[in-house]
Design a protein around this ligand. Structure first.
Ligand SMILES: [Zn+2]
Ligand SMILES: [Zn+2]
Length: 338
């Protein structure tokens, strides 16, 4: 595909989309129904539909029976870890293999013309972003994802929290599934904003930000505190009356969905003229500029409300520069008064 129909490439070779990032259309006033209806299919397909499909596969083929889950044991915890690790290995691995190893679409639609594998850096274990990110994902973050999973399944199995049945409340549960990605955005925004606070950033979140040019394995490359808090989004289903399948969906939106922001390409070409939108740009800008786009793609536009939204345009750059300038002035004024 010709990526210059959709964006521009600078002298260095970095590509950026020509359009602007738009928050979800139901936030505009007066509401435009056709726009909302046009947006809805992309909300469901393909990413959220995929997360629901994996949640169902887990529920019917992976998760042990309720009797087993009444007591926590290494057996079923390790089994869940093995499946989570294998699933991420395959799912993220497909993107890594096709777009970063085989480089099937070269740098078409690629925000940063460089491939992390080509640039060794001392911030990473073994000087390798790929190896560092891979090891952190599989030996730190995915075990913590599994801890969250074991805890909520154990709570449901023992009846410590309400277990809403699909037969009894199908509409309520369907609505909960629909808003789960919004719960994810709000949860992620606030924990993420918190760990950007200086001392917590240096202690926790700097690990994730070592990858300025993220690739699929960067998605779950986190400090253990972040790895746990990030997946703890599923615990909201112990607070709101819910169902374990919805909680699994919530968990998968976090675990599997983390890859979206770190794909590095705007579109993933499937054939000569079809492509899937990656929805990676907002979070790519976060990795590039740090203090913008703490949340997601504007489903719940918290960044807009808190003044940290970068829509990828020149105006977005100007707003960000003005904000950074003000921050510098504040810091200098404080330093001068001491
Ligand atoms: Zn990230
Ligand atoms: Zn961050």
């Amino acid at each position: 595909m010709d990526d210059l129909k959709y964006g521009v490439r600078d002298k260095r070779g970095d590509w950026k989309p020509s359009g602007r990032l738009e928050i979800a259309p139901f936030w505009s006033w007066p509401p435009k129904l056709p726009k909302v209806l046009g947006w809805l299919p992309g909300y469901i397909w393909p990413w959220n539909a995929f997360h629901m499909a994996t949640a169902l596969l887990y529920w019917f083929y992976v998760v042990p029976n309720v009797e087993t889950m009444k007591s926590i044991s290494w057996g079923w915890a390790l089994w869940l870890y093995a499946v989570n690790a294998a699933a991420i290995f395959v799912f993220y691995g497909i993107f890594e293999l096709r777009y970063y190893v085989q480089r099937a679409q070269a740098t078409r639609f690629k925000y940063n013309h460089k491939f992390p594998g080509d640039t060794p850096s001392d911030v990473f274990w073994f000087q390798s972003q790929n190896l560092d990110n891979f090891l952190r994902s599989f030996f730190i973050t995915i075990p913590l994802w599994t801890v969250v999973e074991v805890i909520f399944l154990w709570c449901f199995a023992n009846g410590y929290v309400p277990w809403v049945g699909w037969q009894d409340h199908p509409i309520y549960l369907a609505a909960l599934v629909l808003i789960a990605p919004a719960i994810h955005e709000v949860h992620f925004f606030f924990i993420h904003r918190l760990i950007h606070w200086g001392p917590l950033y240096r202690w926790i979140h700097s690990v994730h930000h070592n990858s300025i040019n993220p690739s699929p394995w960067s998605s779950l490359s986190m400090h253990p505190v972040e790895g746990f808090l990030y997946h703890a989004v599923a615990f909201w289903h112990l607070v709101i009356p819910s169902n374990p399948i919805v909680a699994l969906f919530q968990l998968h939106v976090a675990g599997f969905g983390a890859v979206n922001g770190h794909l590095g390409f705007e579109k993933l070409e499937l054939t000569e003229d079809t492509a899937v939108s990656s929805e990676a740009y907002a979070h790519y800008l976060h990795h590039k500029y740090f203090e913008v786009n703490y949340g997601g793609e504007g489903l719940i536009p918290l960044d807009k409300w808190f003044g940290t939204w970068h829509d990828g345009t020149k105006e977005g750059d100007a707003l960000m520069d003005a904000r950074f300038q003000k921050k510098r002035e504040r810091v200098n004024a404080r330093a001068a008064s001491h």
